[in-house]
Write a protein that binds this ligand. Sequence first.
Ligand SMILES: *[C@@H]1O[C@H](CO)[C@@H](O)[C@H](O)[C@H]1NC(C)=O
Ligand SMILES: *[C@@H]1O[C@H](CO)[C@@H](O)[C@H](O)[C@H]1NC(C)=O
Ligand SMILES: *[C@@H]1O[C@H](CO)[C@@H](O)[C@H](O)[C@H]1NC(C)=O
Length: 208
Amino acid sequence: MMHRGGIQFLALFILLHQVRTFTLVYGNGIPSSCVKLEAKYKQSLGLDGTDTVEIPEDLQVPAGNKLRFCYFAEGVQEYKFNGTAWNNFNASAILLGRENQIMGQHFYLPEADNLGGQPTWETFSPWSMVTSKPLKKILVMKDATAWVLLQSTHESGSRKRFGRVTYTQRLFTSGSLSPNSSSSEGAVYGQYVESPYTAVYAYYTKHH
Ligand SMILES: *[C@@H]1O[C@H](CO)[C@@H](O)[C@H](O)[C@H]1NC(C)=O
Ligand SMILES: *[C@@H]1O[C@H](CO)[C@@H](O)[C@H](O)[C@H]1NC(C)=O
Ligand SMILES: *[C@@H]1O[C@H](CO)[C@@H](O)[C@H](O)[C@H]1NC(C)=O
């Protein structure tokens, strides 16, 4: 009995802990592209459409910014082994709009810009580009890469796309876990691994 009680207590604690640290961000007035992609994400994970998906408080964008649009990303994260650890050095993903149309692509600049930004998103038509640096990462799901909050370091091109994006969130990830220590046995310096993933990227601009 004691033992079972202990397990129940632990389960309750984990549940409460999650409820406390997660708050709901998406609600009324969110862009339809984000609503649609959230639905797609839930479907891909077999969640009920009415299940609420909550964004960790630490990944929330500072006040004064507004969620404008979302894209769904499908592609790979790229890791390289440096002798002791696997590092995420690039990505190659297409960005899909709410009707599954290709809007652009995601990759890393060959070198960080002078504000430390490297992860980059580009739209094709109209052309625009934003480079960002990660501020916070949180593993939300056990079997998927982290959710991330990023701050823009350089924006250009169409102001209807990435031209004035201030913050980006990587949410609702699947796949792309970095290779772990057991998979580094036998790995050689410079070895390269591609890890398939999907995610929803949410883009914010200054609230006027
Ligand atoms: C390899 O990467 C890890 C993690 O980023 C870092 O701490 C370490 O210093 C790197 N080692 C070399 C030899 O560059
Ligand atoms: C990432 O890959 C793209 C091509 O897909 C390339 O243009 C870019 O230089 C690469 N970035 C790094 C950091 O290797
Ligand atoms: C480590 O990586 C290997 C190979 O990718 C995988 O089979 C294994 O499940 C991973 N272990 C953990 C603890 O993630």
